[in-house]
Design a protein around this ligand. Sequence first.
Ligand SMILES: Cc1cc2nc3c(=O)[nH]c(=O)nc-3n(C[C@H](O)[C@H](O)[C@H](O)COP(=O)(O)OP(=O)(O)OC[C@H]3O[C@@H](n4cnc5c(N)ncnc54)[C@H](O)[C@@H]3O)c2cc1C
Length: 500
Amino acid sequence: MSDRVIKTDVILIGAGIMSATLGTLLKELKPEWEIKVFEGLEKAGEESSNEWNNAGTGHSALCELNYTSEKSDGSIDIKKAININEQFHLSRQFWSYLVDRKLIQNPQDFIMPIPHMSMVQGSNNVNFLKKRYEALSKNLLFKGMEFTEDPKKLMEWFPLIMEGRTDNEPIAATKVEYGTDVNFGALTRMLIDHLESKGVEINYKHSVYDVKRTKEGLWQVKVNDLVGCKAKYYESKFVFLGAGGGSLELLQKSGIPEGKHIGGFPVSGLFMVCKNQEVVEKHHAKVYGKAKVGAPPMSVPHLDTRFIDNKKSLLFGPFAGFSPKFLKTGSNMDLISTVKPHNITTLLAAGVKEMALTKYLIQQVLLSKEQRMEELREFIPNAESDDWDIVVAGQRVQVIKDTEAGGKGTLQFGTEVVSAADGSIAALLGASPGASTAVHVMLQVMNKCFPQEMKAWEPKIKEMIPSYGKSLLENPDLYEKVFTSTSETLGLAKKEEVHS
Ligand SMILES: Cc1cc2nc3c(=O)[nH]c(=O)nc-3n(C[C@H](O)[C@H](O)[C@H](O)COP(=O)(O)OP(=O)(O)OC[C@H]3O[C@@H](n4cnc5c(N)ncnc54)[C@H](O)[C@@H]3O)c2cc1C
């Protein structure tokens, strides 16, 4: 072991959207703290946060049908949709603050307005969508949502989806004009560049392989410098494991009791990308469908207009699949190396419970391109194979843990912040709703890890995020204010276009 241990105030492991967001928040709140970032790859935002590795939807429950469930009495539960919508508004406010202060520039390089639509077929699904529309459109946060079953209107909304449709199945859709497409890769790179300009040391090609508590109660982080081919040692009072799929293994290495009895289940993803620009130009929306029976929520099919590198693109997917890797650039040993004596019964219980899901994911991996085209043709009946290529997306590691509601080995589809009781280390696990709610999730990390400082930080947090600590739904004036100002700063759909 090297005898030189470098001390710092904060260590962020991984240069994805989560570490980038936490680092930016902390730098605004405590500029004097020294922060170091360690990233195994040669650039920031290359794993799940990369623009080609996720769908870039600014998740605010405007179109995602899995955020609204049907209750046993037939009514629609919109609680989750409201939460996610409110959380996305925290992100919009923080990004606007950064743009306003010129800490990041050119918002159109990371966020673009795009209508969000939901589309369903079959009378049961149409009934569901209608009830969902009735429940949401009355709500302030979803004001302006439209519903139609009229084929002419549907043809106006999404001609690509309607042309060549020969079946007589009822079809319906909802539309919200003020949805967004977010390039989380570009945003991550902007935030990391900003941090670097403020003196934060960003160490690329530095892979963290161990995290241990020292006798003094600090965290010692062992880093493999992949260029210098040597081990380096750092110590700090606070460590954030923002390593995406790599966080679980590091959490286990930290040995904190809160990290025990937790496992990870990797779900891989593929998109189809359209290479015919004429087809791309015919579509202008994110259109979310309904997941097939037995399919996990993250495989809800959607046809997305995307803005990547200032070019309009069209992607369809994701097709879920199984791979033992926890990161796209990970190893086939990732899954097995996180099986420990303390989580093996949890994992085995999940294995038994989720047999159907595993079978589904393996079947998905084995689909040929033509079989994938058939799924795409459920959206675009006239889709031509030659117009579409397959791109491999990121890995999502779903959390498996024992819960009161689900019992032993329950698969979780949300994100989880796991932290030590003293708040000295925190990890982010899981991937949904994901990058869109990065600001909300990092505020959660700060609440857990810096409870003393949060009181003093509150005025500055409220300057950055005016609705912090308040419900927008319960404060309609504040909602109108933040909606209008963030739309203006970020160049998004204006209030009068939206709420008229
Ligand atoms: C197919 C797919 C579609 C998605 N669609 C959406 C969407 O539409 N909207 C949305 O909001 N979210 C979406 N998400 C989720 C979103 O992409 C993630 O929640 C988010 O990018 C996670 O960010 P992160 O910073 O935690 O992880 P990452 O971006 O994966 O960053 C982690 C970083 O840590 C590094 N790292 C790992 N291990 C180590 C180590 N030991 N040492 C040093 N560095 C390490 C990695 O190289 C990586 O750069 C999607 C995800 C997938 C996979």
